[in-house]
Design a protein around this ligand. Structure first.
Ligand SMILES: [Zn+2]
Length: 118
């Protein structure tokens, strides 16, 4: 399950940010996950409790923002959404197209870290 490894890296980064802010907890973490990132949102949610156990993130909510992958097609002069079967061709006109403009994201969108009390 490589999702757990991905989450552990996220947790390490956010935990470090919380430590720097002097926070003992993190309330919520937003993750931006592209549809071609290779990470499955359902699996991420399932692995989340395991990834955050014993860290400042324990108990934090995970909010996943899914990004639908898209290419820019020069022939159509427009963006076209692509699915997981995208094979370097525009789904609308069939022209060869490798201009992926989004869809491979796997990044922290935000982390709600409470301000240090007092
Ligand atoms: Zn096209």
């Amino acid at each position: 399950m490589h999702e757990l490894g991905l989450l552990r890296a996220v947790v390490r980064a956010v935990d470090g940010a919380a430590a720097k802010a002097g926070a003992q907890t993190v309330e919520r973490v937003g993750l931006r996950v592209g549809s071609l990132s290779g990470a499955v949102p359902e699996v991420l949610s399932g692995a989340w409790p395991l990834a955050i156990a014993g860290t400042r993130l324990a108990g934090a909510d995970l909010v996943i923002e899914e990004t639908v992958a898209a290419i820019w097609c020069d022939a159509c002069h427009s963006e076209q959404p692509v699915d997981q079967f995208y094979a370097l061709r525009c789904p609308a006109c069939g022209a060869p197209c490798g201009n992926l403009v989004r869809g491979r994201e796997f990044e922290v969108a935000y982390a709600d870290i409470p301000e240090r009390a007092g």
